[in-house]
Design a binder for this molecule. Structure first.
Ligand code: HEC
Ligand code: HEC
Ligand code: HEC
Length: 424
């Protein structure tokens, strides 16, 4: 009887999802090739096509946000330390600090002047050896912490084959050496629990401070330029690039009936520009970002006002929310792990203070990235947040990202647009 009930529930759930997905049309990407998430095979190796300088590793083994990726979350794995392996604490320490391989310091503080910058997303492990935890417990914790903490944000390092049994044994040996009392702290900034919170980057709308302002203003040239079809934006939208579309951007992303999907300004331009002017304006091209920035800037000060009540908006927000909480990729992370106050938000991930989705992360996008020297729209930020965590990115203009962006943007409703932002 119980099994039958269960089967019926599963069927019902399956139908609901299928119906939901059928509302989402197939979409052919209009993004630049580096932003489409394509994976090629060359000399028998799978190579991911991404932006210059980004990893080309293919993470195809791990699930993504694609609505048609129905792979389940990785199963929780039990593991015991192999009896023939001997741990080496100094190798374990090196791994603990190695950001690329085992980024434990991203979330955990440990002793040492070279431990910098440590994060506070996980507990301070400076004296974990004093707790006399067994090797078996610690091995399991690193292999797959979900056995003890079912909804933890700590990745299952062994279960996902990020770390080998030998590496985990080395880390356990290192953790066991961490005995108190911890030495007095010389530098309060070393310790993420006492570190000062970073302050802003000055006035983001001052062109001498934010190069993106100049980029956006220069897009006025693009606004006035005739495309191959003989038309310019200015021909149909009068009043000049800085004013003509004032009041439009606060309503984006929105469901656009003509294309049966949710679109950001950037998504819309990639279709609208070729249709009206003959000019290609692919998503993530500099022209697309700059023109999008010009249009959004013209609404600075106006309150964000995305639709949250129509039926298509509600369905899209529900899917966007599911994406936000879906654990994906090699590290089995969700956006929510780092950006909700219940989990990482407000804490340090390494040196970065994690933003809180509920207080709004969107109304300053596109934003100038000081360490990249270019403006980024939200989609590139989404791709950047997840790629190093081992998820193959979706096309920048995918419907999945658009609905995720709408979910995020509704938290900014009522707050003034402030484009372009400036961030590290
Ligand atoms: C994304 C953040 C994150 C990363 C990266 C991370 N951890 Fe954790 N870790 C946590 C959190 C959060 C907890 C607390 C358990 C919980 O409530 O989920 C934790 C708990 C622990 C514990 C304590 C378990 C206990 O019973 O108190 C140990 C030991 C540990 N982590 C070791 C590591 C090691 C070693 C690494 C690197 C291989 C690592 N962690 C990487 C977030 C992280
Ligand atoms: C041939 C005339 C024409 C040209 C050229 C044109 N547009 Fe449009 N545009 C329109 C019309 C008509 C609409 C309204 C479409 C609708 O809402 O269904 C529109 C809508 C828009 C919107 C959305 C407005 C809203 O309220 O949601 C934006 C943004 C936009 N255009 C930007 C541009 C930009 C940037 C260019 C230059 C690359 C451009 N347009 C070129 C005719 C044009
Ligand atoms: C492992 C942690 C982690 C995960 C998972 C993660 N991010 Fe981030 N994210 C960061 C860090 C670090 C920053 C830079 C500091 C900040 O602004 O929060 C950031 C920044 C951002 C910003 C810019 C905030 C601003 O004010 O400029 C947005 C938007 C964002 N993330 C969205 C997402 C979305 C959507 C997802 C899921 C697709 C995601 N992030 C997943 C760590 C993460």
């Amino acid at each position: 009887m119980a099994t039958r009930w269960f089967a019926a529930l599963v069927l019902a759930a399956g139908c609901a999802t299928a119906a939901d997905r059928s509302e989402v049309p197939r979409w052919t990407s209009r993004a630049i090739p580096e932003a489409r998430g394509d994976v090629h095979t060359a000399d028998g190796r799978r190579i991911a096509v991404r932006y210059p300088g980004w990893t080309t590793q293919d993470f195809g083994r791990f699930r993504t946000y694609a609505y048609d990726d129905a792979r389940p979350a990785p199963a929780v794995q039990r593991a015991t330390p192999p009896p023939d392996l001997v741990g080496d604490a100094s190798r374990g320490r090196a791994l603990f600090l190695d950001r690329a391989k085992g980024p434990c310091t991203g979330c955990h503080l440990a002793p040492g002047d070279d431990v910098w910058p440590a994060g506070s997303v996980g507990p301070d492990l400076s004296t974990i050896g004093d707790r006399k935890l067994t090797e078996a417990y610690l091995y399991q914790q690193l292999w797959d912490p979900r056995v003890t903490f079912p909804s933890t944000i700590m990745p299952p390092w062994g279960a996902q084959r990020v770390l080998t049994p030998q590496q985990i044994v080395d880390l356990v040996a290192y953790l066991q050496t961490l005995r108190g009392p911890a030495p007095p702290e010389k530098d309060p900034d070393r310790n993420p629990f006492t570190r000062r919170k970073p302050v802003g980057f000055g006035d983001n709308l001052d062109p001498t401070n934010n190069p993106a302002v100049v980029r956006a203003e220069d897009a006025e040239t693009l606004w006035n330029a005739r495309g191959p079809a003989g038309k310019s934006c200015a021909d149909c939208h009068s009043g000049g690039g800085r004013k003509a579309l004032r009041g439009v951007a606060p309503h984006y992303p929105r469901y656009v009936p003509a294309y049966r999907r949710v679109m950001s300004i950037e998504d819309f331009l990639a279709v609208h520009a070729p249709e009206t002017t003959g000019r290609e304006l692919p998503v993530e091209s500099a022209d697309n970002v700059d023109l999008g920035m010009l249009i959004k800037m013209s609404s600075d000060g106006l309150p964000v006002a995305v639709d949250t009540t129509s039926a298509p908006a509600r369905a899209a927000i529900a899917r966007g929310q599911a994406t936000f909480y879906k654990r994906v990729g090699e590290r089995n992370h969700a956006c929510a792990d780092c950006h909700t106050p219940e989990r990482g938000a407000g804490k340090f991930l390494g040196g970065r203070l994690l933003g809180d989705v509920t207080t709004g992360l969107t109304r300053h996008f596109p934003t100038w990235r000081t360490d990249r020297a270019e403006p980024w729209d939200m989609r590139k930020r989404f791709q950047w947040c997840m790629t190093p965590l081992g998820m193959n990115m979706l096309p920048a203009d995918s419907i999945e990202y658009a609905e995720l962006e709408l979910y995020l943007t509704q938290f900014d409703n009522g707050k003034p647009m402030n484009v372009p932002g400036i961030r590290h």
